[in-house]
Write a protein that binds this ligand. Structure first.
Ligand code: NAD
Length: 294
């Protein structure tokens, strides 16, 4: 059995490690937050002091960190993976980060004799907990084939998109669709509420029709219940939309709906901070709907 390592034990990482442990694997873990390492050690993982230690004792090293600079620090920073990793190991970066930097990371690891897959996910905290994540992969077919059985412990819809970076490009596309659908859901529910209809009943009715979606189901419910504890932090969705808007600019294309969704997140951030769940975009629309002509 391969020795597994897992770095980044946040909202997503913890349940993902849980599934690997439940399947009987040894999982060496590290996070900057000591309490998270301790929590997972109590559930059967092996605690490590840093990413180097994880890498030196693992054949497959999974990373689930927030942003591009964090993954860079995990892989190439002091006491990072590159200092301990054995040639022949495989790094699987499941974080959502820059497709361009991803290609650079893969090349730097290749110089150490290490293969890499980019394998960002969709499905959120619920998808991670239920092991039904969608996993979008970039890398070589033969490396994908080796890692697929582990992906199957954490996800359901697992697709090799193309070379390194292609998984991350797919994830950026996903985040465009999610942001714009959140905006549509929030706008529909705010409109219904302002017009005097019960948004909970409206959501129930819409769920069965063409407007029904996973976002209407899960995030629509959060909007109605006023449950904005993350979930998926606005800060992380802003990171993904920045990648989308920057990439669109370099491709000389326009993604106007994404830009509007991003501005609505800006408005929520300005008032409520970046740690609310992304369903809190509804607060920006509610603010706009407050004003009434007498
Ligand atoms: P999170 O902030 O809850 O967890 C990230 C963890 O990484 C934290 O515990 C942090 O301490 C750790 N970390 C950061 N830098 C580190 C370092 N240098 N060394 C070791 N540990 C480090 O974030 P999350 O919600 O679990 O998201 C993780 C990734 O998955 C992000 O890229 C996010 O965009 C993506 N994602 C999240 C969701 C979601 O619903 N939360 C859904 C799909 C994808």
């Amino acid at each position: 059995m391969a020795q597994l390592g897992f770095i980044g034990l946040g909202i997503m990482g913890k349940p993902m490690v849980g599934h690997l442990l439940a399947a009987g694997h040894t999982v060496r873990v590290y996070d900057l937050v000591e309490a998270f390492v301790k929590e997972m050690a109590e559930k059967g993982a092996v605690a490590c002091a840093n990413s180097r230690e994880v890498a030196s004792q693992s054949d497959i090293i999974i990373v689930m960190a927030p942003d591009t600079p964090d993954v860079n620090a995990v892989l190439f920073g002091e006491n990072g993976v590159a200092e301990g990793v054995k040639p022949g190991s495989i790094v699987v970066d499941m974080s959502s980060i820059s497709p361009i930097e991803t290609k650079v990371f893969a090349m730097k690891l290749a110089d150490l004799g290490v293969e890499m897959l980019d394998a960002p996910v969709s499905g959120g905290q619920v998808g991670a907990e239920k092991a039904i994540l969608s996993i979008m992969v970039g890398g070589k077919q033969e490396v994908f084939d080796k890692i697929k059985p582990y992906f199957e412990l954490m996800g359901k819809n697992i697709v090799l998109i193309g070379e390194n970076g292609a998984g991350q490009t797919c994830k950026v596309a996903n985040q465009i669709a999610v942001a714009v659908t959140i905006a549509a859901t929030a706008e529909a529910l705010t409109f219904a509420s302002k017009a005097g209809a019960d948004p909970a009943k409206v959501r129930e009715a819409l769920m069965g029709g063409l407007a029904g979606s996973r976002i209407m189901e899960l995030l629509g419910e959060r909007m109605i219940a006023r449950n904005f504890q993350p979930g998926f932090r606005i800060r992380l969705h802003q990171k993904d939309l920045n990648l989308a808007l920057q990439s669109a600019r370099s491709l000389h294309m326009s993604i106007p709906s994404t830009a509007i969704a991003q501005q609505m997140f800006n408005a929520v951030e300005a008032r409520d901070g970046t740690d609310f769940d992304h369903s809190a975009m509804v607060l920006a629309l509610e603010e706009l709907a407050k004003h009434t002509v007498a």
